[in-house]
Design a protein around this ligand. Structure first.
Ligand SMILES: CC(C)(COP(=O)(O)OP(=O)(O)OC[C@H]1O[C@@H](n2cnc3c(N)ncnc32)[C@H](O)[C@@H]1OP(=O)(O)O)[C@@H](O)C(=O)NCCC(=O)NCCS
Length: 332
């Protein structure tokens, strides 16, 4: 079997920083102390009014292509994970990005799996590469949750941020790259984290806009419990299917939702604090983008080194969750 791995990584976050105290200044009944102690988040990036998901995605993709030394003309598939497409339903954000990057008229499509989107997109792209249907794939995860959050709901608006991360997948030396994946969904928990209205179940009306039920609604406690219950087992399952154990794991890059969720998983797995890469304090929860943004920073800061065994673990609305195990490096 061919070994498929990461030829390059990149990310982009919008310029505007919203600090915890900025919510207080806007009149929201919250505090920096509450947000930091419950979540670990200190600030997040927010897209400009005229900035959409594809704008972030294009910049992250350009950075990943540059990092890989791969030109847009070599890309033969784009898989883009997002829950906040530029346009409702169609066209796909992937198609918009394909045109703007100058990638040839190859397949390009969106994947919807909320905050697990990067794990889903990566696994789909991996299968295309393994089958020989694609050689070099651009996998992008981009979200602008600031556009779908209710900025007056203190239980959700403080959690989320905007950003994009991208990787170029292709053939690497034997034994390197993606070793296994573990993906799950449990639709019984669909309402725990949901945009209730504005879709085909309940198309948009002036009443919906007034009630803001076309914005994120979340049962925080339920989501917290679900996340804690799935992260550890998913990592263990993915390691097992790669023929590895927790003792082989060098670095965990979890979805950056809440440091207490990650701490619970870390304690269950019995791994050290310095084996977990976190940048949640700077960006908040950027949904599908959080793992590739963290991956890009782990590479650029030298935390992630060739030969390391890496776990990428996501969880989010659906409820969806999953892990990819990687032996980092191209093995050249
Ligand atoms: C959202 C979350 C931080 C709330 O923390 P919590 O300890 O569960 O807090 P609770 O929901 O029990 O709320 C406790 C109190 O704080 C209040 N509160 C909620 N948000 C607040 C805020 N931003 N500032 C101050 N108080 C807040 C609540 O209204 C509640 O007040 P009450 O007791 O008077 O009713 C936590 O549930 C969480 O992180 N869940 C997971 C969310 C997540 O990661 N989602 C994305 C997954 S991909």
């Amino acid at each position: 079997m061919k070994s498929i791995g990461f030829l390059g990584v990149g990310h982009y976050v919008p310029e505007t920083i919203v600090k915890n105290d900025d919510f207080v200044a806007r009149g929201l009944d919250t505090s920096d102390e509450w947000i930091v102690s419950r979540t670990g988040i200190r600030e997040r990036r927010v897209a400009a009014e005229n900035e959409a998901t594809s704008d972030l995605a294009v910049k992250a993709a350009e950075a990943a292509l540059k990092n890989a030394g791969v030109s847009p003309s070599e890309i033969d598939l784009i898989v883009l994970a997002t829950s906040t497409p530029d346009h409702l339903a169609f066209p796909s954000t992937a198609a918009i990005v394909q045109h703007r990057l100058g990638v040839p008229m190859v397949p390009a499509f969106d994947v919807s799996a909320a905050c697990s989107g990067f794990n889903y997109a990566l696994t789909v792209a991996h299968q295309f590469c393994l089958s020989g249907a694609a050689k070099k794939v651009l996998v992008i995860a981009a979200d602008c949750l600031s556009k779908i959050v209710n900025w007056d709901d203190r239980s959700t608006c403080i959690l989320f941020g905007d950003g994009a991360g991208a990787v170029v997948l292709g053939e690497v030396a034997p034994g390197f790259g993606l070793l296994s994946s573990d993906l799950h969904a449990n639709g019984a928990e669909a309402t725990s984290l949901i945009i209730p209205d504005g879709g085909t179940r309940q198309p948009i009306t002036p009443e919906i806009i007034a009630a803001r039920t076309n914005k994120i609604a979340m049962n925080g406690k339920a989501v917290f419990k679900l996340a804690v219950s799935v992260v550890g087992p998913s990592i263990e399952l993915a390691l097992k299917s790669a023929g590895l154990t927790i003792d082989d794991l060098d670095l965990l890059i979890p979805h950056q939702a809440n440091y207490r969720i990650v701490e619970a998983a870390r304690e269950r797995l019995g791994i050290r604090e310095n084996q977990v890469f976190m940048n949640l304090d700077k960006y908040g929860n950027t949904s599908a983008a959080s793992i590739p943004i963290a991956l890009s920073e782990a590479v650029s800061t030298g935390v992630l080194k060739p030969g390391m065994i890496l776990a990428l673990t996501g969880f989010g609305a659906g409820f969806t969750w999953g892990t990819n195990i990687v032996k980092w490096g191209v093995g050249k």
